[in-house]
Design a protein around this ligand. Structure first.
Ligand SMILES: Cc1ncc(COP(=O)(O)O)c(C=O)c1O
Length: 497
């Protein structure tokens, strides 16, 4: 019976047993099960420290699990309808890097949306894979990048039939999903693997009203941040796999390259107990949450100057599905930016939002969210509306129709190439050695290996003028570009992997 199995917490139970065993610790960690003094021990208690053990006998090894970690991973896989799972203690960030490195060799092509998390660019550098970017749908009213369409993926596959893999985001930071089921089928029909970033989608696995999961869609591999939406500790994530296309030996050795050799037992135990809670209570609690989210959206919609995003809106803009545990609110019609609201809500109402962008704010709701929290949020927005709506002018739309620059070389080549830094205005026709991102919408305008066009320069200057936040490595108006004069590849002499 699944229920009997899922009621167990093999790793957490063994860890507690060890913590209570009065073992004399001559191993690390150095706090010796909380037997030292410091300010935090007196605040959080020795019990928390007692659970923070390394790898004593009986607690298994994350790098090659054969005991209680293996059993806990098996239960996680079963709960998420996957064939296999891997616990991660360095976040989905390394899950994504490992997925790409374990599936794409140097110079192999991977088709992916442009609005990917920065860990994907790291994965491209480490693997040496060649990115084939697809343009995501852009919502100029909200100032965000959303899903990729089935048709856009289809076109990329037709243009690049030799691609090794497709990479999808399910859902985006703002809760927007692509037609994952059809895209997986299409990719598999063309012999391509499907890798999914489910950093924001762990809760999808535990309630049928939530959007489709990567595993339901039979994607080959997914990395999900259990910590973001399913109740485990920060940095605890999971890789899920399905089917026979993933080389598990390669995946395991890649993970062992990237993960700490001292994985946190607290993080792994928190995954074990959060999985059990979600398995038994997730459906009911997420139902209650979705109803509360719906009520909250209705109350927010009645506030002048506030626009609330829901599934109908997302679908009308070409999205395939929407995670309704995300409360996305457009605030710029009140004449204030999301950045301002983010700060004001914290300072004046003691409310911490997930994110403020120029036009919108994002609240992440989970089974830990209380009705009174949502009431406070609504009251705060009523106050803001009274204070700013019709008093300030609406903020103008942001320009979002840029072309992506041409790829000259792979991100890995650019990473290893000699570099110089130039003032942005002088970087025309140079090859970027870094990612330059604009928030919003968080899409890299240029990534390592791409040619900096005049349009890229103009766009960056335009966004700076409009008050957007620029993320680049130098942050002083300079950009890092490849030093072509001293670059072997430029001379045609390098065939680096
Ligand atoms: C879309 C996306 N993917 C991946 C990650 C990385 O996840 P983690 O924080 O678990 O490393 C994030 C983090 O915010 C994200 O937003």
């Amino acid at each position: 019976m699944n229920e009997d199995r899922q009621s167990k917490t093999p790793f957490y139970s063994k860890l507690r047993e060890y913590a209570e065993s009065h073992t004399i610790p001559f191993d690390v960690p150095g706090h010796k099960m909380g037997r030292i003094e410091n300010d935090m021990i007196s605040y959080i208690g020795q019990e928390a420290y007692m659970l923070d053990s390394n790898a004593p006998i009986g607690l298994d090894t994350l790098s090659r699990p054969t005991g209680v970690i293996k059993e806990a991973e098996r239960l996680m896989a079963e709960a998420c309808l996957a064939d296999k799972s891997y616990f991660l203690t360095n976040g989905t960030t390394i899950g994504i890097m490992a997925m790409i490195m374990a599936t794409c060799k140097a110079k192999e092509k991977i088709i992916l949306p442009r609005n990917v998390h920065k860990s994907v660019i790291s994965g491209l550098i480490l693997s040496g894979a060649m990115p084939i970017f697809i343009r995501p749908l852009i919502d100029p009213d909200l100032g965000i990048a959303n899903n990729v369409t089935y048709e856009a993926v289809q076109e990329a596959i037709l243009n690049h039939p030799d691609a090794k893999a497709i990479f999808l985001i399910n859902p985006t930071y703002f809760g927007v999903c692509s037609d994952i089921e059809r895209i997986v089928k299409l990719a598999h029909d063309h012999g391509m693997l499907v890798l999914v970033d489910e950093a924001h989608g762990a809760q999808f696995y535990f309630n049928e009203r939530m959007p489709f999961t990567a595993m339901e869609a039979s994607a080959d591999i997914s990395a999900m941040s259990f910590h973001k939406t399913a109740g485990s500790f920060t940095q605890s994530s999971v890789i899920l796999t399905k089917g026979r296309r993933i080389d598990h030996v390669r995946l395991r050795s890649t993970l062992n390259m990237l993960q700490s050799t001292s994985p946190s037992a607290l993080l792994m135990a928190s995954l074990d107990v959060a999985r059990k809670e979600m398995y038994f209570e997730g459906a009911k609690k997420i139902d209650i949450l979705l109803n509360m989210a719906q009520d909250t959206r209705a109350k927010l919609k009645a506030i002048p100057g506030i626009k609330v995003i829901d599934k109908d809106y997302i679908v009308s803009r070409g999205g395939d599905d929407f995670d309704e545990t995300k409360v996305v609110v457009k605030v710029s019609d009140m004449g204030i930016t999301g950045f301002e609201v983010y700060k004001m809500l914290r300072k004046k109402y003691n409310i911490q939002l997930e994110l403020g962008e120029s036009h919108i704010i994002l609240c992440v709701l989970t089974i830990g969210t209380k009705r009174e929290d949502l009431d406070m949020l609504v009251d705060a927005f009523k106050d803001l509306s009274k204070k700013y709506y019709k008093i300030r002018n609406k903020l103008p739309k942001i320009k979002f129709d840029y072309q992506y620059p041409e790829t000259y070389t792979r991100p890995r080549d650019a990473y290893h190439a000699p570099k110089i830094s130039l003032p942005l205005e002088e970087a025309y026709d140079e090859i970027s050695a870094e990612s330059i991102m604009i928030y919003p919408p968080g899409i890299p305008l240029v990534i390592p290996g791409e040619i900096i066009t005049q349009e890229v320069i103009d766009d960056i200057l335009f966004y700076v003028k409009k008050g957007s936040v620029i993320h680049s490595e130098l942050d002083n108006g300079f950009v890092k570009v490849i030093d072509k004069k001293n670059w072997m590849y430029w001379e045609g002499e390098d065939d680096a992997l």
